[in-house]
Write a protein that binds this ligand. Structure first.
Ligand code: ADP
Length: 319
């Protein structure tokens, strides 16, 4: 393979730049040309493509966001869009593609691979909601951001004897909520994966009050939502002044942590290695700290276990 492209697609995540750097440098080291496709699959449809060399990816490993921009691209879901993308690749001599994103982006990578443009998916999402890998790039940075923010909210909740209800991202997955919740010493963690009732949350707070607790942190996963309403119900039932905070997009930004930079470098390199061997239609990931790769369709069908044991521990030590 002589020339490959790299793009970032779907929601952004800290560490995407580190993948772009790794892909670019690995491709150059293997004697391949490399280009950056801007704004996800849109760049393939519109021909918005920039050459990358060793220096164009200097000074980005530590930066959040993505220098190639990211976007969603509705047109790419249809044959006409795919054909336009294929034509652009053929015109530009792009034989392989590294796609950094989530499951949706991998579906696009599979569609492209089926049309002769070999594509490899690299999991880049703060949500950690990709089944074939234990870890997704951006997840650690996002959790650390949540912990930093909730520690600050705790200071003010403590000063005012309040309950802070904090809604964190993760789409339908509760990984950020669970792990950041444990790390923040939350009184209650609410995720879709674990059954709960508002009464359970209220009872836990009342129990805490009885043992002399005056401030409380409740973490709510995005997939559950409704944190404003929950704060109202807690306040009514317990008399503890309660405030809801939706952390929002702050969780998607920031300089990537060591774990994210290392995972980005490993997975980006491995994706290029597969392409250099003429292999496409795979997703790369990490299992037991080892790099693994799966057929995209197979990867999309996989299911990931929620760590129920960890949830149980969190629950048992938060009173
Ligand atoms: P993520 O990759 O984070 O899951 P999305 O689901 O929004 O994000 O997908 C990102 C992009 O991937 C979409 O805008 C579209 O261009 C492409 N995509 C998503 N689903 C498909 C599909 N079934 N077939 C082809 N392309 C898809």
């Amino acid at each position: 393979m002589k020339k490959i492209g790299v793009l970032t697609s779907g929601g952004d995540a800290p560490g995407m730049n580190a993948v772009i750097r790794a892909v670019t440098r690995a491709a150059i080291a293997k004697g391949m040309e490399v280009v950056g496709v801007r704004r996800g699959y849109n760049g393939l449809i519109n021909g918005d493509i920039v050459p990358l060399d060793a220096r164009s990816v200097s000074d980005i490993i530590q930066r959040g966001g993505t220098m190639l921009y990211t976007a969603r691209c509705a047109e790419f879901r249809y044959e006409e869009g795919l054909q336009k993308a294929k034509k652009t690749c053929e015109e530009q001599g792009i034989e392989g593609l590294v796609v950094v994103g989530g499951d949706g982006s991998f579906r696009g990578a599979a569609d492209l691979s089926a049309r002769g443009i070999l594509s490899i998916g690299v999991p880049g999402t703060i949500d950690n909601d990709i089944s074939m890998t234990e870890y997704t790039i951006g997840y650690d940075t996002a959790m650390n951001t949540v912990v930093e923010m909730v520690d600050k909210l705790r200071d003010t909740a403590q000063s005012h004897d309040r309950c802070s209800v904090v809604e964190v991202m993760g789409r339908n997955a509760g990984y950020i909520a669970l792990n950041a919740g444990i790390a923040c010493g939350a009184t209650y963690i609410i995720t879709k994966e674990e059954p709960f009732t508002v009464n359970d949350v209220i009872s836990k707070i009342i129990e805490g009050q009885k043992s002399g607790k005056h401030h409380f942190i409740v973490i709510v996963a995005e997939g559950i939502g409704g944190s404003e309403q929950l704060a109202k119900e807690i306040e009514q039932a317990t008399g503890v002044e309660s405030r809801a905070t939706i952390l929002g997009h702050v969780q998607r930004g920031g300089s990537p942590t060591v774990q994210d930079r290392v995972a980005a470098s490993q997975l980006g390199y491995y994706a290029v290695d597969l392409l250099s061997k003429g292999i496409g239609n795979r997703v790369v990931g990490l299992q037991h700290n080892e790099v693994v790769d799966y057929d995209i369709q197979e990867a999309l069908k996989m299911k990931k276990e929620f760590p129920h044991d960890l949830y149980k521990i969190a629950n048992e030590i938060s009173f």
